[in-house]
Design a protein. Structure first.
Length: 402
């Protein structure tokens, strides 16, 4: 890479690579993906081992600090995060100022942009203690903001965090507790959400993470960079896909539940219909996260005693795709989003909350990537080139002569 890049600089050669299909923007020690084998490692640890034995907050530590924490380090880390989950009253007013029909992703990105206004002591990108504080604050406040955004959309009063329940369980409580009533969090739901967030925690240089890095490359602070990542994630081809999957399944169900007829539309590319939750830029094999999510979907729906017709439709779609040449030739398999929406729905989250949940999960990855970039002496401001294809030089004509 180094030889080629110095050559490029000398000759002034510019490569055009739409979508950066073949361009590495950085070197990274965080996440390894082998898309052909369906392998995903965080700091070398296989995703299935982490999903089975670790927890979201431990993985957040692993991603942001590089190693699994020792016992005391983990306890201190969780303690620090839980200490900062509260939001300032004025900050609640900011969220309360949004119309109830505002998309919670708009609320989340705005709120994250606003955080440095409340914590100006945590914005220096080059002071390690400050960066650590911003890391803790972001991880601590993201679920509270997401739960508030959820309640705001329902026109419900916001319910503040409570210490001692656990990060994930308290997030569920803040989201679902009826005002002034006791609420017990179902441990199966808490475990499932923990696993889902952990599976989303990082995925190397995807659209939102690349966005975080490019914004941070201008030395924008962590909050500003992460907020840009949240906006990137809101797009339907990226984080919005889990929402799109549920919409697709709802439509298929409303049309009588005929999976084969829908798949024919997809294959004929009717009006650009795609099988949402399928395909991935990097995985050309089963997404290892999708296999774990599928197990969790089964577990959650069984625990709730729900036979979900949409899950049946999803399973039928997958079954058709696995044996159909269109999908086989293009190497299209379920990605992490195919089954996540069904679990979130079973938990009681409305469709619009699916992408904010993804954002809460991706937070450790965005932070870890930003931190790695800031410490990397090879980092330069992100500034791609272009091939200009517009008009050659021409003279301006005054408006009355045009
Ligand atoms: N359904 C039907 N056909 C598809 C799908 C799909 N979901 N995905 C790709 N294809 C087809 C394309 O039409 C194209 O066919 P062609 O060669 O006949 O033109 C071929 O497969 C290659 O597709 P590209 O769009 O070139 O693949 P790319 O790598 O650019 O796109 C993407 C990847 C955006 C994920 C795509 O597969 C997609 O749109 N999937 C649905 C949306 C989705 O689930 N996104 C979530 C991504 S994962 C995440 O963000 C966590």
């Amino acid at each position: 890479g180094i030889v080629v890049s110095s050559l490029l600089r000398e000759t002034g050669t510019v490569t055009v690579d739409p979508g950066f299909m073949n361009t590495a923007s950085c070197e990274s020690t965080i996440t390894y993906i082998d898309g052909n084998q369906g392998v995903l490692l965080y700091r070398g640890y296989p995703i299935d081992q982490l999903a089975e034995h670790s927890s979201f907050l431990e993985v957040a530590y692993l991603l942001t600090h590089g190693e699994l924490p020792q016992h005391q380090q983990l306890a201190g880390w969780i303690e620090r995060i839980e200490r900062h989950t509260h939001l300032h009253d004025n900050f609640k007013a900011l969220i309360g100022a949004f119309p109830t029909n505002a998309h919670p992703m708009a609320v989340l990105s705005s709120a994250v942009s606003a955080l440095p206004g409340y914590y100006p002591e945590s914005v220096d990108p080059f002071d390690p203690a400050t960066v650590e504080l911003a890391t803790v604050l972001l991880l601590a406040k993201a679920p509270t903001i997401a739960a508030y955004a959820h309640r705001r959309a329902l026109g419900q009063n916001m319910i503040g965090p409570e210490r001692g329940l656990g990060y994930i369980a308290d997030f569920l409580r803040m989201s679902f507790q009826p005002t002034a009533q006791h609420y017990d969090v179902d441990p199966v739901m808490a475990k499932a959400l923990d696993v889902l967030l952990l599976l989303h925690a990082d995925h190397e240089q995807n659209c939102s993470t690349s966005t975080v890095r490019i914004v941070g490359s201008a030395h924008a602070n962590l909050y500003a960079s992460v907020s840009a990542g949240i906006n990137a994630l809101s797009g339907p081809l990226h984080g919005g896909a889990n929402e799109a999957v549920l919409r697709m399944l709802t439509e298929i169900q409303a049309d009588g539940g005929d999976a084969t007829a829908f798949m024919n539309k997809v294959k004929n590319k009717e009006a650009g219909v795609r099988l949402m939750g399928f395909g991935h830029r990097v995985y050309k094999n089963y997404d290892p996260r999708a296999a774990i999510v599928k197990q969790q979907a089964d577990r959650v729906l069984r625990a709730l005693g729900k036979r979900d017709e949409m899950l049946d439709i999803a399973l039928r779609l997958e079954e058709i795709a696995l044996h159909d040449d269109y999908f086989i030739e293009r190497k299209l398999y379920p990605n992490v989003d195919f089954y996540t929406g069904l679990i979130y729905k079973a938990m009681g989250f409305p469709t619009r909350m699916f992408t904010p949940l993804f954002a809460v999960g991706r937070m450790p990855g965005w932070i870890a990537q930003w931190r790695e970039m800031m410490l990397d002496p090879a980092t330069k401001i992100g500034r791609p080139r272009q091939i200009y294809t517009g008009p050659t030089t021409r003279d301006y004509t005054p408006v009355h002569e045009r």
